[in-house]
Design a binder for this molecule. Sequence first.
Ligand SMILES: *[C@@H]1O[C@H](CO)[C@@H](O)[C@H](O)[C@H]1NC(C)=O
Length: 338
Amino acid sequence: MEMSMNSLYSPAKEKAAARGLYRSPVLIHRCRKVLKVKLLLAICVIFAVFVIAGRTGSLMGWNPHPSSSVSSPSRGGYTVLINTWKRNSLLKQAVAHYSSCSRADAIHVVWSEHDPPSDRLKAYLRKIVLSKSQSAHKPNFRFDLNKEDNLNNRFKPIKDLRTDAIFSVDDDVVVPCPTLDFAFTVWQSAPDTMVGFVPRMHWLDEENDAVTYYNYGGWWSVWWMGTYSMVLSKAAFFHRKYLDLYTYQMPSSIHDYVNKERNCEDIAMSLLVANATGAPPIWVKGKIYEIGATGISSLEGHSNRRNKCLNDFVSLYGSMPLVSTNLKAVDAQHEWFW
Ligand SMILES: *[C@@H]1O[C@H](CO)[C@@H](O)[C@H](O)[C@H]1NC(C)=O
């Protein structure tokens, strides 16, 4: 006892403290903060000068926007998997748009209506794909027909896929091609991960401590907390192996649930990937456009249903597989400050 107390005692420290010279860690921390702010301000000023110089003329012959971007067609592409239901005009717009993305290797439309698509629609879309595509290589276009209207259809494995990357998207969501290509390069650096544009979060309900209850958080929660643990399959890349896992390995009780509730296939996919990887998804910064009228998320009671899905699925898993993160991938070419 005596020994250890002695070893903590430092005459130099005490003297310094008496003269007010001894700096507590808190004080040092504060000084660092002030330094940091000053440094940031200095960088701001320097950067403003560079930006102005760069805008008015090329700075020392240096072109800040090289024409060749990170992507090159030889490094592969992705398959766009569009889920649609009785919205042909939206489907036409979506197919036209994604055909114009040069790295789209194929476009598949998941069709779950009772009647197959009309010959007219098929011919129209084929023509659109050919006319809109920018590259010499025209994307493959195909309908994947399903007899029954089941939300699980959107994750059915596809035969003869030429790419490992699937970009899963709703028929009313348009992601500009450069944004999409950037997200694809993010996916290429983490091909087991879901990479997408629509983040969602979960958190443990503190008030409900008798039972483990999770809350599902929408866009505002993510914005407020800066944290997320899912990216929705309405606009996300994932590896094609997850189509197999979803269809053949995931507990069939989850399939039944999704089919019955006509909802939550995206939460099921997020849980599946998180359970398989033990890692969070990646949210990519980028503007996306919803071209249709307001969808299901504006229906009343939507958030209660999502809460219920999340909790029911988690109890099926036996534990919470989702992993939270604060990471956001941004295109450095578009950041003026970093
Ligand atoms: C979660 O992952 C583990 C390990 O990969 C696997 O054994 C288990 O079946 C998965 N759980 C579900 C519900 O899919």
